[in-house]
Design a protein around this ligand. Structure first.
Ligand code: MN
Length: 228
């Protein structure tokens, strides 16, 4: 059987040390996963269950890109995050074997139209248009877990025009990677190709046209993105 419109090409991420790409299926994002960031957003960082929102797979932008300043916002924020890429899916995955489902890790920015997100929060509406817009997920190439293991600690940072804006440690995550995979797989069936953006440390803020963002996590490739 053919298709009545052209089949869409999968979004892919490059893989460090490989000529082959990682096909992206879906992008799940954890909200408020670092206590200091939860506080700066006006929330009590008690260990409430994690909560999730999504971005479309084609929101991914490769590191090194220049993206246009997004439409319909005047308050574009950066959030530097560890990206977890799944090689295996499942339902009700136990914490003990959750990391066996991870292909590798990358560095991403959860770009946010903070004004639209704030309006949605106030109105009790979905966050989609504040979070899941075009080019809202700049990401590095993935580094396979077979090469670096599963980072549970290590510096995570972001600079804007050379000035440090965010600095934290993966060990500060309220829900670690295995807990996050386990919890999320109790809400939806996970599939190979799914990505999880695991939340951001404190220091989020706005960027404007002409800014250059560079971010990193110990042991992973550096992410660079410019706002056109
Ligand atoms: Mn985020």
């Amino acid at each position: 059987m053919g298709y009545v419109i052209p089949l869409c090409e999968p979004t892919t991420l490059p893989v460090v040390g490989s000529g082959d790409g990682f096909p992206v299926r879906r992008i799940f994002c954890v909200g408020r996963n670092y206590a200091a960031h939860a506080r700066e957003m006006g929330h009590d960082p008690d260990r409430e269950p994690p909560f999730f929102f999504t971005k479309p797979a084609n929101a991914v932008v490769p590191s090194g890109a220049t993206i246009p300043y997004p439409v319909r916002t005047s308050d574009l924020h950066y959030e530097i995050e560890l990206v977890v890429a799944l090689s295996k899916g499942g339902v009700d995955i136990g914490e003990a074997n959750a990391l066996d489902h991870v292909y590798g890790y990358g560095v991403g920015i959860d770009l946010t139209r903070r004004d639209l997100q704030g309006e949605a929060k106030k109105m009790g509406r979905p966050w989609d248009m504040g979070k899941g817009f075009d080019n809202s997920a700049p990401m590095t190439a993935l580094t396979p877990a077979s090469a670096i293991g599963h980072p549970a600690k290590g510096e995570i940072w972001l600079k804007v025009n050379g000035e440090t804006r965010q600095k934290g440690d993966l060990a500060q995550q309220i829900w670690n990677v295995q807990e996050t995979i386990s919890y999320l797989s109790g809400l939806v069936t996970l599939y190979p190709g799914d990505l999880i953006m695991t939340g951001t440390p404190e220091g989020v803020g706005p960027v404007v046209a002409g800014d250059r963002l560079v971010g990193g996590i110990d042991g992973l490739s550096e992410l660079t993105v410019s706002i056109g």
